[in-house]
Write a protein that binds this ligand. Structure first.
Ligand code: ADP
Ligand code: ASP
Ligand code: MG
Length: 440
């Protein structure tokens, strides 16, 4: 029997014993499915804090954080299970994970140990959920993601390996309808434990769904569907019922936290619908992301923080060719992707979201002209109908934002979005103004 769907449940959807129990009716329909779980909410942050303490050798503080997290998990076990044998197994499980984490306080601490510790969140949540189903005598199997999820030397999913290995693993469990696995975690090209970066469980779901060519990839979270603006900053956001892959990818990339930025790609590649659903309101149909969607003047707005802008000015650019190539080569040398770009005849502005090599890049660019760097910028992406043949699509945007300094405008690069750069301190006001003028 083929796998019909992927059901990915995020941190809040497994965030406490009640929430975990609430998943049971959702996963027990007759479809053969893979249930991808994130860590319980807050756990990955806690584990990251522990690793941050272990790097500089702050063992005492790390140990006390480990012990308080251990205690919190013992409480979860106590509340989650109804019978003593399962509580006992649960407590043993928790101790084995936390004893493992504790081991790392005794050694030199490297990236390797960091990744192994951060992986414990998903390993814990999936084991607990699997045990819960066993206690209820619901048949399920726990498939370790570390047996089939893998990234290549560039950190990209190794699709060939994943497809081969997940299919092989599944052949061992042909009659099971509920197959549980971990989101986020994987192995790297050296076989070490690694991960798909923060929020990566959505990406796991999409990668596995594409590998198995399922009918639908479902991302279950704590909100009903994709909203037309960031609900963390703007009130009265509305659900968008349909999005195209391109629109969803753009919104996710430019900051809509509901989806990991890369998670649309695998689904788009295999044309598999992605449905966003709410675990707290399972009846709500949520948002469906497919290859097509209705064109709407303005569909949604998202914002991405932590952007730096580099402005290069050079008279040598005037009437010259090859100048931009030299600029781009510098970014390439530092493996730093460029998000936004605008040019005039003598100047070019570029934004990046990874500041790791910002100083070196700026230094190298100074060979080409004068360079100005500004940090703490935010890209605001407006998704809608921005086909170049269309007239009058942008005036509402500029009118809405006429009190906010716009640092860069990128229009015409994509038929379904327009991006703007603003100071991060202007972000919330800009998002509110856009909602007021474009969506109300
Ligand atoms: P999970 O733990 O289930 O992966 P996340 O916290 O990663 O959940 O993503 C869901 C959250 O994304 C929502 O609670 C909401 O605050 C935030 N969010 C940001 N932008 C949007 C948007 N445009 N639509 C819906 N949710 C959004
Ligand atoms: N637990 C991981 C995180 O918090 C992955 C995820 O939730 O998607 O980033
Ligand atoms: Mg998430």
């Amino acid at each position: 029997m083929d796998i019909v769907k992927i059901m990915k449940f995020g941190g809040t959807s497994v965030g406490n014993p009640d929430r975990m129990r609430a998943l049971i009716p959702l996963v027990t329909d007759k479809d053969r499915k893979i249930v991808v779980l994130s860590a319980m909410s807050g756990t990955t942050n806690n584990l990251v804090e522990i690793t941050d303490l272990l790097y500089p050798g702050n063992v005492n503080e790390a140990s006390s954080k480990i012990e308080s997290l251990r205690a919190a998990y013992h409480q979860v076990v106590h509340d989650l299970f109804a019978t003593d044998p399962f509580r006992k197994t649960g407590h043993e499980l928790i101790d084995s994970h936390f004893d493992y984490i504790n081991n790392f306080t005794l050694r030199v601490f490297t990236k390797l140990q960091e990744k192994a510790i951060i992986a414990q969140g998903e390993l814990l949540s999936t084991s607990l959920f699997h045990q819960l189903l066993q206690e209820r005598e619901i048949k399920s199997v726990l498939l370790p993601a570390l047996n089939f999820m893998r990234i290549d030397k560039d950190g990209e999913p190794d699709y060939f390996y994943i497809e081969e290995n997940v299919s092989r693993e599944l052949r061992k469990h042909k009659s099971e309808t509920i197959i549980i696995t971990q989101g986020f975690i994987c192995r790297n090209v050296y076989g070490e434990i690694d991960n798909l970066k923060r929020g990566g469980s959505d990406y796991s779901a999409s990668i596995i769904g594409a590998a198995l060519k399922v009918k639908e990839i479902q991302i279950w979270t704590d909100i009903s569907g994709f909203r037309n603006n960031d609900p963390r900053h703007v009130e009265n956001t509305k659900i968008i019922r349909e999005l195209s892959f391109d629109e969803a990818a753009e919104l996710a990339y430019f900051g809509a936290k509901i989806l990991h930025p890369a998670s649309v790609n695998p689904a788009r590649e295999k044309n598999i619908p992605v449905r966003l659903k709410n675990t707290m309101d399972p009846e709500d149909e949520g948002t469906l992301v497919t290859s097509t969607s209705k064109l709407v003047d303005y569909k949604a707005v998202a914002a991405k923080d932590g952007i730096s802008v580099l402005r290069i000015r050079s008279d040598r650019m005037l009437m010259a060719y090859g100048f931009l190539r030299k600029v781009f080569e510098i970014f390439e040398a530092y493996r730093t992707p460029i998000d936004m770009i605008t040019t005039s005849e003598v100047a070019v502005s570029l934004t990046i979201d990874n500041p790791q090599y910002l100083n070196q890049i700026a230094q190298d660019l100074r060979e080409l002209g004068t360079v100005e760097v500004e940090k703490n910028q935010t890209i605001i992406c407006i998704v809608g109908d921005f086909r170049t043949e269309r007239v009058g699509s942008a005036p509402e945007i500029f009118l809405a934002l006429n009190t906010i300094p716009l640092k860069m405008i990128s229009y015409g690069g994509s038929p379904n979005s327009l991006s703007l750069l603003v100071d991060s301190s202007d972000k919330i006001q800009a998002l509110k103004l856009l909602s007021k003028h474009l969506f109300s």
